[in-house]
Design a protein around this ligand. Structure first.
Ligand SMILES: *Cc1c(COP(=O)(O)O)cnc(C)c1O
Length: 464
């Protein structure tokens, strides 16, 4: 063994203790470090020939890289839709690396059992029946892509071909109908060879991001044969929800695969006041839910549910003599794009075991009430205006006068050490979004964010 490795091995408990202390100090400072620190790129260094050992590497990381890292795990990182890591999820993630399992095969099955048990809990959490099976993937983009890959194979089944076996040329043209599809749907269509151009935008309800079900029906009538519908359960700008029950009912007259992108909107199921928004989720053929957002497990984690694991295995089957057969209950290696993957379910298992449905409901409801509180503060701040009502956990707002993209970027830059907000365009108007999905965020953070905005607006307005 290399002497540096042998030395680290001999000192392993002490080194892990030093790392734990370091992590503890980082977490202690999380709420007060700049949310997005000024950007600086450390000078490049050549690849080390001789290593320095773990202790020195840790010291160097602390000086060289850590100061530039954002507080994205903290309470006022409100850009994109970003979760943190609950204490139990963090511990689960540490142990995931510790046990370092490749949970994909019945030949060494314990990790796979844990993943399946955790999927069962998640299914219950979101009100899905056991007609849905599920698999862990790295994020909602991958979950949407896997759902669309199963949909592609379903279309093949309807047309008497198998795109998985015979390629896309055998399938012919495909239409994917959606109201306000997330950008990852286009990316998935590109990856799957269906093409971004397959996505056909359907009219939304007046002033809303939710699809107009009557317009969807007209689009289905204009479509020749079976197609794919992507319904949206929680849009990123205004957290609007398509009427899932009405869309599913269209299948009585039209043949389509219903994929629901519920990346973070599925968590509405945890709040009695909002659960009706996703009560028809079970009617979908495939469902995307992100876990590194509102479940508050560390990156990267999401789940993909479907009623047709048989089609999923047709797409992702990875047969080899040494991997075992596909069979009726396929190993995970036959169900997702990855063959090898970490025991991603462990962090989710830990947080569900530690806090249960009630603990996670409290996180969801607190995030929703923080969003409402910030919405009210924004509406009361001179120079700002809400661009949409706060429907769940996102506040979409803009400058009352001359809301150009440049001025909004200037506003976001003014406040970014206190709060991270990301830009968008909604209804043709440049805007900023504040998305609440971190378990640490409280009313005191909302107060700080509102204060920072109220102070920054006059400076941005004055600068012209
Ligand atoms: C975040 C999000 C995605 C993509 O999620 P990743 O985890 O970044 O891959 C897809 N759809 C919706 C609605 C989202 O909010």
């Amino acid at each position: 063994m290399h002497p540096q490795l042998a030395e680290d091995l001999a000192q392993l408990p002490d080194l892990l203790e030093a790392t734990r202390k370091h992590a503890g100090a980082f977490l202690d400072g999380l709420a007060e470090r700049p949310v997005v620190p000024p950007s600086r790129v450390p000078a490049a260094e050549p690849l080390p020939g001789r290593g320095v050992g773990l202790r020195a590497a840790l010291e160097e990381f602390a000086v060289r890289w850590e100061p530039g890292l954002s507080a994205s795990a903290g309470p006022r990182y409100l850009g994109f839709v970003t979760g943190g890591a609950t204490p139990a999820a963090l511990a689960g993630d540490w142990l995931t690396a510790t046990v370092d399992q490749n949970a994909n095969s019945g030949l060494d099955p314990a990790g796979q059992h844990l993943e399946r048990a955790t999927v069962g809990w998640l299914r219950e959490l979101f009100g899905l029946s056991d007609a849905h099976s599920g698999t862990f993937v790295s994020g909602a983009t991958m979950s949407n892509t896997v759902g669309l890959a199963i949909a592609r194979e379903w279309l093949g089944e309807r047309r008497g071909v198998s795109p998985a076996e015979d390629g896309l040329a055998a399938l012919g043209p495909v239409r994917v109908l959606s109201g306000s599809a997330h950008s990852s749907v286009s990316k998935g269509l590109s990856v799957l060879g269906l093409g971004r151009g397959a996505l056909v935008g359907v009219e939304t309800l007046a002033g809303r991001e939710a699809v107009d079900a009557a317009a969807l029906e007209r689009a289905l009538e204009e479509t020749d044969g079976p197609c794919i519908v992507v319904a949206n359960a929680g849009t990123v700008n205004t957290v609007d929800f398509d009427d899932l029950r009405a869309i599913a009912a269209l299948r009585a007259r039209h043949d389509f695969w219903l994929h629901v992108d519920a990346a973070f909107g599925a968590f509405a199921a945890l709040s009695p006041a909002h659960a009706h928004l996703v009560e028809a989720l079970d009617l979908a053929d495939s469902v995307c839910v992100d876990l590194h957002k509102w479940l508050n497990v560390p990156y990267d984690s999401a789940v993909q549910f479907t009623r047709r694991p048989d089609l999923q295995a047709r797409v992702f089957r990875n047969s080899a003599a040494y991997l075992g057969s596909v069979g009726d209950n396929p190993d995970l290696v036959h169900l997702t794009p990855e063959n090898s993957h970490r025991l991603r379910a462990l962090a989710a298992w830990f947080t569900l075991r530690a806090y249960g449905r009630d603990g996670h409901r409290e996180i969801v409801e607190r995030c929703v009430s923080c969003a409402h509180a910030l919405g009210e503060a924004v509406a009361a701040t001179p120079g700002l205006r809400l661009l949409a009502p706060v429907r769940l956990n996102v506040v979409c707002f803009t400058l009352a006068e001359e809301p150009t993209a440049e001025r909004l970027a200037a506003l976001a830059a003014e406040v970014k050490e206190e709060v991270f907000l990301t830009p968008t365009v909604h209804a043709g108007v440049p805007a900023l979004r504040a998305a609440f999905s971190n378990w640490r965020t409280t009313g005191a953070d909302v107060h700080r964010v509102a204060g920072a905005l109220a102070e920054a607006v006059p400076r941005v307005v004055r600068a012209g």
